[in-house]
Design a protein around this ligand. Structure first.
Ligand code: ADP
Length: 603
């Protein structure tokens, strides 16, 4: 009872532990998912920040401003501009971590007949040279001219226009050049006018094939190897144009259900606002010659447009293991499986410990019962032997008939004592592993005859009606004859002891062929007490005695059947029993029969 309460408490504790574990792992997984998400977003942000930072640095470097107080009104040459370009180029190169980003530098302004013209800055000669329009700028030029025509000189393009992904998908930065009017013009009424554009053409091949992959590798190490994330960058204007993909096989899935996404390839205006460009004052010391009429400014517009989050490109990223949720989910399932396995092991170990403890307790109890039983069993024959001896010694018994009777009594009790001592010794031998069987081919009939001869006195004393059915020509079996005779004897003596008032025993021996091949079966049947269903699973345990026989005070020590079982199993056979209380019992010894060849050689 106490044990079952303990088991119930332990099981409840295990169930509680499992529930807590399950919940706790749910929370841990959720936290892990959040952590992975925010770390991924932070990495994506840093990557795009670094990319845009480089663009912004270029923008700052070539973002000039001319002060017309100093510029003068001369037209026709670009000396000031060329000096500025040469100077800023040098400065930019000195600090640029990716100097190959800038491919070319152009200047765009209006000629005398209000046509847009373009000049390329020659870095060797440090001169601006009129050039033809690069093909990729043709579109931009067309739309820009259109706008100028529609809105006249009052049109003032913004940074945003220059980089708007819905307008352009070019590797160019278009930077307006502003001119600060003379103080007398009234700075508030006349904001800086735009006199032309610096166009920085980026190296598209370097940008897409080296710069972007290098950033991807840095922020998502091993992106091209077996990194945890797959990454795709596409043009926002034309999403079919893939700029970079770390794993082409996963691209479709990355784009359809990304773990994180960001747009970039834009200027980080916030970094530009109210700050002079890297070390540049923005003030022009020696102005060049610009045509003042080419003023693109419209009064009243803010000098710098508000920051715009858009970019020309879009980055999408996804965990290779499916998605972050899937990855965390499968890690959680794995953890749960491990934890539950550990809990199950714990539960199993606890159950095993309880079972072993119960068995040990039972064994200890049985041993105590055994000691008590054996002492009791010894006392009766010893008392009989002593009193018989005393009577004989005192000369009380003189009559020949009585002496014979006393002799028989002493002999019987002596046999009982011998049998008990032998059983105890045999049990001790089996337990310690010292019992060695001498295996020889034997005729089953011989075994039966010897066992019956040994039991003769018991059978006679109990006045048993013995019925035998022994098949002729039984196959040979292999075994230790002493041990096997002892086993049959044990079963016979049990049948006599527990055979009740019917005093009938049947001994059968036959050869049968079953699933395990040919075997010899020796069956001993009685019509006595039978065995209760609750006792049946335990009767082969050492020291176990049925409740009915204990109550009926039938002598015994509970060792016989355990000895039979050990001996028969050591011979490769088995013992089976069929019994119903009040009806009787049938014990059968099954022995594997020796193959015919072995039998021939034995004859
Ligand atoms: P013991 O006979 O000394 O009690 P055994 O090991 O031979 O020890 O038998 C164990 C128990 O099995 C017996 O106590 C009895 O309850 C039951 N048993 C064995 N043989 C029979 C039988 N033929 N009929 C009824 N019960 C039996």
């Amino acid at each position: 009872m106490r044990m079952s309460i303990l088991i119930a408490v332990l099981l409840a504790l295990l169930a509680l532990l499992a529930t807590l574990q399950y919940r706790w792992m749910g929370e841990v997984s959720e936290a892990e998912l959040q952590r992975m998400r925010s770390s991924l977003r932070a990495d994506v942000f840093r990557l795009t920040q670094e990319f845009d930072g480089e663009l912004t640095r270029i923008y700052r470097s070539f973002n000039l401003q001319v002060d017309f107080n100093d510029a003068g009104d001369s037209f026709g040459h670009y000396g000031w501009l060329e000096d500025q370009y040469a100077h800023r180029y040098r400065q930019w190169l000195a600090v640029a971590p990716y100097p190959r980003l800038v491919h070319d530098l152009f200047w765009v302004d209006m000629d005398r007949s209000d046509e847009l013209r373009i000049s390329r800055f020659n870095r060797e000669t440090n001169h601006l040279e009129l050039s033809s329009w690069p093909a990729e700028l043709a579109d931009w030029r067309g739309r820009f001219t259109e706008r100028l025509r529609n809105r006249g000189m009052a049109f003032r393009p913004s940074f945003g226009t220059a980089l708007d992904p819905t307008v352009e998908d070019l590797p160019e930065l278009v930077i307006p050049l502003r001119h600060r009017p003379r103080f007398s013009d009234g700075p508030r009424l006349n904001p800086p006018a735009i006199v032309g554009f610096s166009v920085v053409r980026l190296d598209r091949i370097y940008l897409e094939q080296e710069f972007v992959p290098a950033l991807a590798r840095r922020y998502f190490p091993g992106t091209e190897g077996m990194s945890d994330y797959a990454l795709v960058i596409v043009s926002r204007r034309n999403p079919e144009r893939i700029i970079y993909q770390s794993d082409p096989k996963l691209s479709a899935s990355v784009r359809s259900s990304p773990d994180a996404a960001a747009t970039f390839f834009t200027l980080r205006f916030e970094a530009l606002q109210n700050r002079p460009a890297d070390g540049f004052s923005g003030r022009i010391d020696r102005p060049g010659s610009f045509r003042r009429g080419a003023n693109f400014a419209a009064p009243g517009l803010p000098p710098i447009p508000a920051p715009r989050p858009e970019g020309r490109w879009q980055l999408t990223i996804k965990h290779r293991g499916g998605s972050l949720k899937d990855v965390v989910g499968s890690a959680r399932r794995r953890n749960l499986m491990i934890s539950f396995t550990v809990l199950m092991l714990l539960g199993t170990s606890m159950t095993l410990i309880i079972i072993v403890t119960q068995r040990a307790q039972k064994l200890a109890r049985q041993q105590m019962d055994f000691v008590a039983g054996v002492s009791h069993e010894l006392r009766t024959p010893l008392a009989v032997v002593c009193s018989a001896g005393e009577n004989l010694a005192d000369g009380i018994i003189r009559d020949q008939q009585q002496v014979k009777q006393y002799g028989g009594l002493v002999l019987n009790e002596g046999r009982r004592l011998t049998r008990m001592v032998e059983q105890i010794l045999e049990f001790a031998g089996i337990q310690s592993g010292r019992r060695i069987y001498e295996m020889r081919p034997i005729r089953p009939g011989q075994l039966i005859d010897s066992a019956l001869a040994a039991c003769e006195p018991h059978l006679k004393e109990a006045d048993i009606q013995l019925q035998t059915e022994i098949e002729n020509d039984l196959p040979l079996i292999k075994g230790d004859s002493a041990a096997l005779i002892g086993s049959i004897q044990n079963l016979l003596i049990n049948a006599i002891k527990y055979g009740g008032v019917n005093r009938w025993i049947k001994l059968q021996a036959q050869a049968m062929t079953g699933k395990r091949g040919q075997e010899v079966r020796i069956t001993i049947e009685d019509k006595g007490l039978g065995i209760a269903r609750t006792d049946l699973p335990h009767i082969f345990d050492p020291f176990y005695r049925g409740r009915v026989v204990l109550a009926a005070q039938i002598h015994g020590n509970g060792l016989g059947l355990s000895l039979v079982k050990s001996a028969i199993e050591a011979h490769g056979g088995r013992v089976t029993v069929k019994s119903s209380p009040g009806q009787g019992s049938v014990f059968t010894l099954h022995f594997p029969a020796l193959p015919r060849t072995a039998r021939e050689s034995f004859k």
